[in-house]
Design a protein around this ligand. Structure first.
Ligand code: SAM
Length: 181
């Protein structure tokens, strides 16, 4: 199952931190890549690439990546044509629990999170408009919960990201190992 996250409408400087967190959650919770639209932000791309360099490119079959897409609607339509399952995270949608198994069974899924008001076209293009509660909160939390439901919690135990540094879980300390080379 290929999982790509699409972050709509990145705004500078307002979304710098949140978009970075969307990317970090996408990587850590088992997506293969993130695409973002809105304003191009080389700083965002650089910080995600630095995380991958140091902490690893993820455990999926392909190294985790971040790419910019100027025309989000066109990229959603193209993904749909390729047969991806289009999943839009929105507080107005149907409960995530009911969506997770369909996403898990899909060959390829595109999970969309917004920033500012999301155009109606996205709701129409989506195969599934999915909510994590029907309360307004955060794209970071919504993405984390949905990915956790899709992976049935298994993403929390698999930690081999093939990075230069890895953490040895410790009840109190901060233990890490550095891999040479
Ligand atoms: N003000 C924007 C609007 O009304 O479309 C949304 C702002 S919200 C903080 C940004 C994104 O977080 C939304 O586009 C959605 O992807 C996600 N989000 C927020 N609450 C959610 C919820 N309860 N369920 C699913 N996604 C949610």
């Amino acid at each position: 199952m290929g999982l790509t996250v699409l972050r709509l409408g990145h705004r500078l400087p307002r979304d710098e931190r949140i978009s970075t967190h969307v990317a970090l959650v996408a990587r850590a919770f088992g997506a293969d890549s993130i695409v973002y639209s809105g304003q191009r932000d080389h700083g965002l791309e650089e910080s995600v690439r630095r995380i991958c360099l140091r902490w690893g490119v993820g455990r999926g079959p392909v190294p985790f990546s971040i790419t910019y897409e100027k025309d989000a609607i066109a990229s959603i339509a193209k993904a749909k044509e390729r047969g991806s399952l289009i999943v839009h995270l929105t507080m107005y949608g149907l409960p995530a629990d009911g969506a997770a198994s369909r996403i898990r069974e899909a060959e390829d899924a595109l999970i969309i999170v917004g920033s500012e008001a999301v155009p109606g076209e996205v709701f129409d293009l989506a195969d599934m408009n999915v909510s994590v509660t029907n309360q307004p909160h955060s794209e970071v939390a919504a993405l984390a919960v949905l990915l956790d439901r899709v992976h049935q919690g298994k993403e929390l135990s698999k930690d081999d990201f093939c990075g230069k540094i890895a953490i040895i879980p410790d009840p109190r300390g901060k233990k890490t190992i550095e891999k040479k080379g």
